[in-house]
Design a protein around this ligand. Sequence first.
Ligand SMILES: Nc1ncnc2c1ncn2[C@@H]1O[C@H](COP(=O)(O)OP(=O)(O)O)[C@@H](O)[C@H]1O
Ligand SMILES: [Mg+2]
Length: 184
Amino acid sequence: MRELALNVLDIAENSLRAGAKLVQITLSADFAADTMSIAIEDDGCGMSEEMLASVCDPFTTTRTTRKVGMGVPLFKYSAESAGGTFSIRSKIGEGTCVTATYKISHVDRMPLGDFGGVALQLVTMNPGTDFRIRVTDGPREGVLDTREVKEILGEDIPLGAPEVRAFLKEYIQENLVSIYGGRL
Ligand SMILES: Nc1ncnc2c1ncn2[C@@H]1O[C@H](COP(=O)(O)OP(=O)(O)O)[C@@H](O)[C@H]1O
Ligand SMILES: [Mg+2]
C-alpha cells in the first residue's frame, strides 16, 4: 500500500530538483477535529502559472509529449480521495508550497508510513539543503531544523556521518514520530 510518507518524499524531491536551499515540511494533526495536514514549502525556482496549472492534471497530455510525472497528481489524489483538500502555490523565483489535508478516519486515507525514515533520508542525504521538519498535535510539537543541528556540529561534521545519523534517527523517532504514537 502507498504511504503518505512516500508522497512527502516525492514532493520534497521536487523541491530539491528546484534548487531549494530550505525545505519546510509540516505535519499537523487535530484528532478532535479528525483532520490532519501535510505541507511542503520550498524556496526553489518556482513554476510559471501555465506549468502550475498543468502539473496537477496528469491526463491533459501524455508522458511522452510532456515530461511531467505523477508526484503532484498522486499527492493531490491522496487528499481528495480521503475527504481532504489539496492546494499548490508557486511563484517563479520565490518557491512553491504544496498542502494536502485529510480526514484522519476516512477509510481511504493512506497510512502515514515511515515518516521518520523519510525525514532521516532527506536530512542526511542532501547536505546542500536545509530542512525544517515540524510535527504537531495541537500544542505538542517536535521540530528538527538542520540549521540548528549544523550550528551545534560545526562545519566539518556532515549530517550523514554515522554517529550523527544515528543520533538524528533516534531524535526523529523520539521527538517527531512519537508525537503521534502510531495513531496516523
Ligand atoms: N517544488 C517545485 N518547484 C518547482 N517545480 C516543481 C515543483 N514541484 C513540481 N514541479 C514541476 O512540476 C513537475 C511535475 O512534478 P511531479 O508531478 O512530481 O512529477 P515529476 O517529478 O516526475 O516530474 C516537475 O517536473 C517540475 O517541473
Ligand atoms: Mg516529482
